[in-house]
Ligand binder design. Structure first.
Ligand code: UD1
Length: 420
């Protein structure tokens, strides 16, 4: 298990390239199971969650070949139905995304209940309700979801999501592409990654309308065909580098990032006294003046993303004033709070709300990474902490960030990766 040793006090400057979105890659890899022809994805990030998804796909006989420039060819011609075992699924919650493609392709599926980051209850009821609305029969036995289709396959239906779950929208979308007739998905998630899945499925021959709105309509087709699709870039990776520039009073061009994908994040950063504007190649982020505390509430897209809450909290630890950060998507996503406290942050927690009182400075300490975004918030805080910070268990970081430490070093950070 590697750890990172970071000496704080350097500005983040220059430029950094963001890659394809992990959260776009995972459902699209699963979607390759829907087709008897090849799916070629471009801009696939080299992160361990993608490796985990490919290992899971290997269980079903999908052949994945990485090409140059982050290309990934997926061939599910010889796919077979198999169990998605606990041992693999527990490593990553997004494994649940294989359920709909397996059920569609084979008429039955057996998938372990998922694990993943320990950030709240994270049920999967909406995924199961979506499949139920398309005519699937579902049982849960001994920690496994057992799903089957009746009367020769799924049929179109009306899926109403009580909350705009990203994963459940993707499950409904994948299942609907080959269901007989029309499917309506109401209160659909509007996230750019959902739109990107819709684009990929459309390139494969699916008929989808309304991606990016609350109401999606899918006309089922008989089969999907070969396709090529480049993943959109990772807005959470981009937002993380934006905070790295903001927290260090730096000056960074984030190549490949799109302001419009960041939803409310751009405006929130501006309110902290950080300038952010689009360039020909991405986004420019500069902070030269003081850092102001502001309040934030996480919400479904286009609201402030829960996946940037921890990073933003790190930023607020050294802002002037106090910031109230309320988490409405994953109520207990605060594992970073005690660790930021070890670096000298002044944060008090009350239920799903954190009060961050800005301090003059943070100081280096030994801390532990606990989940993907919590880990990266510790890296960001360490960039400005006086002295040396050691972050243990950085494998969480590698799940979703391609070469984070190397990229930050190229922008001026002092970071060493030490193998334990
Ligand atoms: C996706 C992202 C994750 C991000 C999250 C919210 C992927 C691979 N992961 O996760 O990085 O933090 O969106 O933007 O894309 N819920 C239910 N029942 C369900 C499903 C979800 O109650 O069946 C609840 C969850 O507990 C949570 C909320 O809905 O409170 C949003 O979850 P959801 O959008 O489904 O997140 P994921 O798709 O798991």
């Amino acid at each position: 298990m590697d750890r990172l040793v970071i000496r704080g006090g350097r500005r983040i400057e220059g430029s950094v390239q963001v890659r394809g979105a992990k959260n776009a890659a995972l459902p699209q890899i699963a979607a390759a199971l829907l087709s008897f022809e090849r799916l070629e994805l471009g801009n696939v990030p080299e992160v361990t969650d993608v490796d985990t998804m490919l290992a899971l796909m290997g269980e079903f006989g999908m052949v994945a070949t990485r090409g140059s420039g982050r290309a990934l060819a997926l061939d599910a011609r010889e796919a077979r139905n198999a169990v998605a075992p606990y041992d693999m699924v527990r490593r990553m919650r997004a494994s649940i995304l294989v359920l709909a493609p397996l059920l569609t392709r084979f008429g039955s599926a057996r998938v372990s209940m998922p694990g993943g980051c320990a950030i709240g209850a994270r049920p999967i009821d909406l995924h199961l309700k979506a499949l139920d609305a398309l005519g699937a029969e579902i049982d849960i036995e001994a920690g496994y979801i057992q799903a089957r289709t009746k009367n020769g396959g799924l049929r179109g239906g009306r899926v109403v999501l009580t909350t705009p779950s990203v994963g459940a929208t993707e499950t409904a979308l994948m299942a609907a592409t080959l269901a007989r007739g029309e499917t309506e998905i109401l209160n659909a998630a509007r996230d750019p990654e959902v739109c990107d899945l819709a684009l990929c499925l459309t390139a494969m021959g699916a008929h989808i309308q309304g991606a990016g709105t609350h109401r999606m309509l899918v006309q089922g087709v008989d089969a999907l065909h070969n396709a090529r699709h480049d993943l959109l870039t990772d807005r959470i990776e981009a937002g993380t580098y934006a905070v790295a520039a903001a927290i260090t009073g730096g000056n960074l061009e984030i190549l490949g990032a799109h302001l419009e994908h960041l939803g409310s994040v751009g405006a929130v950063l501006e309110s902290t006294g950080t300038q952010i504007w689009p360039t020909d190649r991405g986004l420019m982020v500069v902070r030269s003046g003081p850092l102001q505390a502001i309040d934030v509430v996480t919400e479904p897209y286009p609201g402030f993303p829960t996946d940037l809450q921890a990073q933003f909290m790190a930023l607020m630890t050294i802002a002037s004033g106090a910031s109230v950060i309320r988490e409405t998507v994953y109520e207990s996503r605060f594992m970073h709070v005690p660790e930021l406290g070890r670096l000298g942050a002044n944060i008090s927690l009350q239920g799903s709300t954190a009060l961050v009182r800005g301090v003059e400075r943070l100081h280096g300490a030994e801390v532990m990474a606990t989940d993907l975004r919590a880990s990266v918030s510790l890296v960001l805080a360490a960039l400005v902490a006086e002295g040396e910070t050691t972050i243990n268990r950085v494998y969480h970081l590698d799940r979703g960030y391609e070469s984070l430490d190397r990229k930050l070093v190229q922008c001026g950070a002092d970071i060493r990766r030490v193998a334990e």
